[in-house]
Design a protein around this ligand. Structure first.
Ligand SMILES: *Cc1c(COP(=O)(O)O)cnc(C)c1O
Length: 383
């Protein structure tokens, strides 16, 4: 991506992959809304044959993603889950996979209902370094980490786990969706692959579903590219363009998400109707220091336990006016949701409760509105 690779985050976010269009000089990248490309003679083309394999708008997005995550390669797919599907297909059948025990509900569902016959999955608490060491030493092909996790915001020690994984020849993947490349860079910390649902903070405007990986490993990139082309979950030119547009403001958005979330977390922590608040930026978070060491900010996600039952939780969710009751996260607008009923309904109740996912748990995706308005909205709903 030329001359901006040693620049600051927002400079890279705005310029990487953003070279003016060669034909017209257009400053904004064209949306190459085409499925195919003309050839001058059979097999002679300009590097583009068919949009499932290559598209110039998508190439610009991938160049940009590699730059902001500080890796050599990036690959995108039409959703976050379809990228996990490619990663699972990359491993030979019968592979041993270690996964965090409170990963995103859809990741858990994919592992346990689609790939459970192809691979052998073990779910563990990845915040427990000695437990991770033990399973890695018993032999594993891939470790899937989410940090912070969704929705209990547990933080795993990425650098230590990546280094243990290297020693045991285990591929390490970190789902970095909650932090975005602005606050955390798993590959820089030593992981093999940084994984993102582009749907969330990276796009940031709740109008695209997409997935990506970033890596320095050319072999992994090539394998996943071949799978992307063979299985076919390619990101569309228009979605690629929207994500590229969203990324330009990722730095300022993440700063504001985190500032707002810190204030809201502190407000909730003092509120009499709240039993417990989980936010990595609070001193009360069990891994606050680890979070401060491996992340450059604490993000926009807050989870809290209401002092009450499922009915009181339902009332709060119905009474908020600014926070929209909706799944997903990471957009400019604030969202509120109930994991046990909504995003994590696919996780069995016993499993949910074993990881702290009780019926009085509420998750906030704090947007970038004026924080006073958000706090007033919550104050009203909690009355
Ligand atoms: C949303 C999400 C995913 C899945 O991505 P989709 O784009 O919805 O397919 C994976 N991991 C995390 C942490 C997520 O929030």
């Amino acid at each position: 991506m030329g001359n901006s690779s040693n620049k600051g985050f927002s400079t890279r976010a705005i310029h990487a992959g953003g070279q003016p269009d060669k034909e017209t000089g257009a400053v904004m990248p064209p949306i190459y809304q085409t499925s195919t490309y003309v050839q001058s003679s059979p097999g002679e083309h300009k590097g583009y044959e068919y949009t499932r394999s290559h598209n110039p708008t998508r190439s610009r997005l991938e160049e940009n993603l590699a730059s902001i995550e500080q890796t050599s390669y990036a690959l995108t797919t039409a959703s976050g889950l379809s990228m996990i599907d490619l990663i699972m297909h990359m491993l030979p059948a019968g592979s041993k996979i270690i996964s965090g025990d409170d990963v995103y509900g859809g990741t858990y569902r994919l592992f346990t209902t689609v790939f459970q016959d192809r691979h052998d999955f073990t779910f563990i608490d990845t915040t427990d370094l000695s437990a991770v060491k033990k399973v890695l030493e018993e032999g594993a092909d891939l470790i899937w980490l989410e940090s912070p996790t969704n929705p209990t915001l547990k933080i795993s020690d990425i650098a230590s786990i990546a280094s243990l994984a290297k020693n045991t020849n285990t591929l390490s993947v970190v789902d970095n969706t909650f932090m975005s490349p602005y606050f955390q860079n798993p590959v820089v910390l030593g992981a093999d692959i940084a994984y993102h649902s582009l749907t969330k903070f990276i796009n940031g405007h709740s109008d695209v579903v997409g997935g990506a990986i970033m890596t320095n490993d050319e072999t992994i990139y090539n394998k996943l590219f071949i799978l992307q082309n063979s299985i076919g979950p390619c990101a569309s030119p228009f979605d690629s363009w929207l994500v590229l547009r969203g990324i330009k403001t990722l730095g300022v958005r993440m700063q504001r998400h985190a500032e707002n979330a810190q204030q809201i977390a502190e407000f909730l922590e003092k509120h009499s109707r709240i039993k417990k608040v989980i936010y990595p930026g609070l001193k009360s978070h069990p891994q606050h220091e680890l979070a401060a060491a491996q992340m450059s900010g604490f993000g926009g996600m807050i989870t809290f336990y209401l002092d009450g039952d499922i009915e009181s939780a339902r009332k709060v969710l119905e009474r908020v006016k600014l926070f929209a009751l909706a799944e997903s996260l990471g957009g400019v607008e604030s969202l509120i949701e109930h994991p046990a009923i909504m995003t994590h309904a696919s996780v069995p109740k016993e499993v949910r409760e074993s990881i702290g996912l009780y019926d009085n748990l509420i998750r906030l995706s704090v947007g970038i509105e004026d924080v006073e308005d958000l706090i007033n909205d919550l104050r009203g709903a909690l009355q």
